[in-house]
Design a protein around this ligand. Sequence first.
Ligand code: SF4
Ligand code: SF4
Ligand code: FES
Length: 465
Amino acid sequence: MNNVTITVNAQTLSAPEGSILLQVLLDNGVSVPHFCYHEALGVDGNCRMCMVEIEGQKRPQIACNTRVKEGMSIRTLSDSIMAVKRSILELELINHPVDCPICDQAGECSLQNYYMEVGLYESRIDRADKVRKAKKVDLGSHVILDQERCVLCARCTRFTENIIGTGDLVIANRGNHACVTTFEPQGLKADGYAMNVVDLCPVGALTSGDFRFHQRVWFLKSDPSLCHGCARGCSIFIDHYPQKYGDDLIYRYRPRVEREVNGFFICDEGRLSYKNHTGDATLTTPRYSGTAITLSEALELYHQKLAASGSGVVALASPSLSCENLTALRDYCLQYAIPLFGVERGSFDETFGDDFLRLNDRAANRSALPLLGISEDESEMNAALCAASLVLNFDNQTPVSVDQIHFCVHPIDTRELQIPIAPYTEQSGSIINAFGKVQKFASTIRRRHPVPPLHELLSTIKGLA
Ligand code: SF4
Ligand code: SF4
Ligand code: FES
């Protein structure tokens, strides 16, 4: 597309000819209230909130259904267009329960923001005259619907219809009684992607049953990261709460836009996997014979066991460890002539993948193994394990019958030596997804007593060797 020049509120912009005017305005930081348009869902034109004035046009136009042309002159802030937006918002809010103080969307609600930006009118509707609807409908898949707060933008229904193709959600009834609902008795499933409707809903009508009322969003900090739930490596935000006197707690994962990998969405299983990395879910203290020990005691035991095993030591690496951790591990094993394998039995799940985002390969960084020269030869690994007297297991889930030392993220039900390593949520690094894309992640999540990432721990162990 050729670029053309347009004027917005007397400022000159360059934009591709024929592109969606609303998207151009948003991309250039021009605030235009809108409910139904979403880049991932396209134009629907039902909410009428995105009105702008276009020179030469008699009436205001919706920016989402207007294509950019050379020489267009647009106004978004004149008194007359502000009055139009105010009256449309008033119509949207005609039956709204105005229960914002107890709404979990507060702080990230477009309706609240637009009221402050273009509304600020006194309500002319008596609360007793408003149409009442269901306040807490469990749609299934951790999604809760408040029908009274819905602005009928149809983002959620278009997601299940056009993106997932299940059509689980519909708008039923007409006029004041129109409401979002599901076909009974299936409820909302959306093939494992249902919780994306919570992100898409611009108001407090769809909230997450997992997150709602657990933390106010303005207390949360967001870090860019990558889901490690499968080999796609979807981009996410980790929303966490830095406690004053305790460990940071993770409250939710949200999708982060990465067009080449996951677009605007993530799967529900990946979204809920934050629970594996927060609070008591991870191992924070070394353990031996079922008892907590100090790190220096654990490292002493480690060296004793290593010395007693002579040349019968084999190392197994999780194919989900970051490139930085795998590199440090490969170098450590090379230095001490320990055979290292990146095979993990059970890390392919034939029931998990689909034709949207999820992949059967549940390892986040398998693509890095050949690049780092780490063996993926399962028969060689089996032969080495048969001859081994000690296995150094770096978070690999392969069942092993030989005595092991576990460097692990999660506690294991064993009396063997377990030494904690930091989960990916508590370190920075990079992984390479199934399509060869190198992606970086970073985190500022902190524990009062931090657990070191594997590469840091290995440099400590090297020093002691
Ligand atoms: S529930 Fe939310 S996303 Fe769905 S139509 Fe209502 S406001 Fe829009
Ligand atoms: S598709 Fe894979 S990487 Fe993406 S959110 Fe789901 S489990 Fe995580
Ligand atoms: S965003 Fe344009 S009509 Fe809804």
